[in-house]
Design a protein around this ligand. Structure first.
Ligand code: GDP
Length: 422
């Protein structure tokens, strides 16, 4: 039906707690995988004298994808009764974190997975923290491998209490805490007969209750400029409308340059049928614009309306998650990416450091690997930015050190916002 809603989710948790197994099981039980395929994989396992693993399903899907067709190997689709689900996945743990930070994996909701026999681990807490830091507000907890603890209620309740308290400390309320056995199938699409003491939702029901992201169209117009092309005599400004909407005749301004113009035509992809001209675009659309006058704007600038423009600044206060071996400290030199902009920056101040394992804040001048901290960044040139609370798309940064993503986070505030050039 046309009113099916799309929800992008991630499943995070300590390595080996059963993420792949849960995904394989979900795909199978929602019809994403045929029984034929499943039989085939079971046969292969039997022939090799190995027990069947649900995670083989993922490996075989990956292998099929590697042979071509789609370039996006990190997205898996399936359906629940009322939702279309895109599950964002990435092969390695580090790569996954990097995808989350760069926004390659913008999730509306998440499952945090915990092995019932292992309990809440440091990595579990870090993942919880990262979800919070990246603004994923809908989180359901899955306590997996209940078979390993004899489906015992007391073990489940202890984990439920511990993780709920941790998340509450972050201001996140778990929408459900669900006991399951991904391998044996309890609690995934059907209520487990071995957990009669549990009356909450199954994994599938929890999925079905996640809300799609707030329509990005409600927010102020933001189109980061990806490129400027010259065609014949025309100059086309290309980018993706991250939030808001745009129509022919609108006056727009580019930040940080402060240059303004009126939108003359909108070119979009796919090309509209002959004879039909495109006159308006909504959030999510890739656009090419021509303007009523020749102005020089560059990749990295952000287009907005004159009345609600992002700030142009060289100083940002950022709350970040740090992944690199080398600690981040005052004077560390980085590349900051915000939307399509890229600029050099140095750390001017380290305000505070948080250990996500224990949510303790302490005074320190260095942010170590896997720690969270608040810093002030001084950029080598002005960029356009929004506080994350105003616009999640243009209020997040990725940080690069030595050519690699080394951290990322949210713009807490835009300091010294520069006066807009007339
Ligand atoms: P991942 O690293 O989080 O993706 O974990 P996997 O899905 O690869 O699972 C790790 C191991 O745990 C595998 O040997 C699985 O068979 C096993 N496993 C996964 N789910 C369950 C479960 O519900 N019960 C038990 N006993 N083992 C499980």
């Amino acid at each position: 039906a046309a009113d099916r809603q799309l929800v992008r989710i991630v499943i995070v948790g300590h390595v080996d707690h059963g993420k792949s197994t849960l995904i394989g099981r979900l795909l199978h039980e929602t019809g994403g995988i045929t029984s034929q395929k499943l039989e085939q994989l079971k046969e292969i396992s039997a022939r090799r004298g190995m027990p069947f693993e649900w995670s083989f399903l993922l490996d075989s899907l990956q292998a099929e994808r590697d042979q071509g067709i789609t370039i996006d190997t990190s997205q898996i689709r399936f359906q629940t009764p009322s939702r279309d689900i895109i599950l964002i996945d990435a092969p390695g743990h580090a790569e996954f974190l990097r995808n989350m930070i760069t926004g390659a994996a913008q999730a509306d909701a998440a499952f945090l997975l915990i092995d019932a026999a292992e309990g809440v681990r440091d990595q579990t807490r870090r993942h919880g923290y990262l979800l919070h830091l990246l603004g994923v507000k809908q989180v359901a907890v899955v306590v997996n491998k209940m078979d390993r603890v004899g489906f015992e209620e007391a073990t489940f309740r202890a984990i439920e209490t511990e993780i709920s308290a941790y998340l509450a400390g972050l201001g996140v309320r778990a929408s459900a805490v669900i006991p399951i056995s991904a391998r044996e199938g309890d609690g995934v699409s059907a209520h487990g007969t071995r957990t009669p003491w549990y009356d909450g939702p199954t994994v599938l029901e929890a999925l079905d209750r996640f809300e799609p992201a707030r329509a990005a169209g409600d927010l102020a117009l933001r189109m980061p400029v990806q490129a400027v092309y010259k065609f014949d005599d025309r100059r086309i400004v290309a980018g993706r409308i991250e939030t808001g909407s745009l129509k022919v005749g609108d006056e727009v301004v580019f930040q940080p340059s402060g240059k303004s113009a009126v939108v003359k035509t909108i070119e979009s992809w796919p090309v509209p049928p002959a004879g039909q001209e495109l006159t308006a675009l909504d959030a999510g659309a890739a656009a090419g614009l021509t303007l009523d006058r020749e102005i020089f704007v560059e990749r990295g600038e952000i287009l907005s309306t004159p009345a609600a423009r992002p700030h142009a600044t060289r100083r940002l206060r950022v709350r970040l998650f740090w992944l690199a071996e080398e600690a981040l400290e005052v004077g560390t030199s980085l590349i900051v990416r915000l939307a399509t902009s890229e600029s050099r920056a140095t750390v001017a101040v380290v305000h505070e450091v948080v250990d996500p394992g224990h949510l303790s804040t302490f005074e320190s001048r260095r942010i170590g690997r896997n720690q969270v901290g608040e810093v002030e960044l001084l950029l080598s040139r002005p960029i356009a930015a929004d506080p994350h609370g105003l616009n999640p798309r243009t209020g997040r940064v990725a940080l690069e050190l030595g050519g690699r993503i080394a951290g990322g986070g949210l713009v807490i505030s835009v300091l010294d916002a520069e006066a807009v050039p007339a």
